[in-house]
Design a protein around this ligand. Sequence first.
Ligand code: IMP
Ligand code: MG
Length: 178
Amino acid sequence: MTEPKQRQKVLIRSAAIKKRVREVAQQIANDYKGESVHLIGVLKGACIFLSDLVREIELETSIDFIAVASYGKGKESSGQVRLLKDLDSNIAGRNVILVEDILDTGLTLSYLLRILRQRKPKTLRVAALLDKPSRRKVNVTGDYIGFSIPDEFVVGYGLDYAERFRNLKDVCILGPHA
Ligand code: IMP
Ligand code: MG
């Protein structure tokens, strides 16, 4: 079924994503040489990025997931972040990399960093596939960024609009008729 694709404008092709994910993984492997890393994916948007990223990291790794609600069913942030699913395991003393699909206002990230820091990880860094720096409302940055993008609402490669389009292989700008 190709119908959904026709309504979206491709911003980043899957081949470019694949290449960049490998580069980010190599950067992580260099930075944590000889150590293990614990990746925490922020559900649901980061699940595809995390799945691809972890397979390219040549270190000892483990994964966990956390779920928050920040956006409702539309494009606008509620400004409020709610914890929907907590981690399965303790992160004290571990090298934690929080894996996000996109950094937008930064509200979700600053909330997550606050609660994770309280649990005393050895190190805490952020990997995000996408970054929209022009939208930032709070001062947070990612340590590993796939792509910096303009202020457009994007879908695909895990990112959704009202739970749709997560399965697109490319990152696409949401068309006006979606
Ligand atoms: P923030 O709290 O405003 O930084 O928003 C972070 C979350 O909002 C992301 O993890 C996404 O789930 C969602 N989000 C922000 N921008 C987009 C977008 O362009 N497309 C799809 N989801 C987005
Ligand atoms: Mg979302």
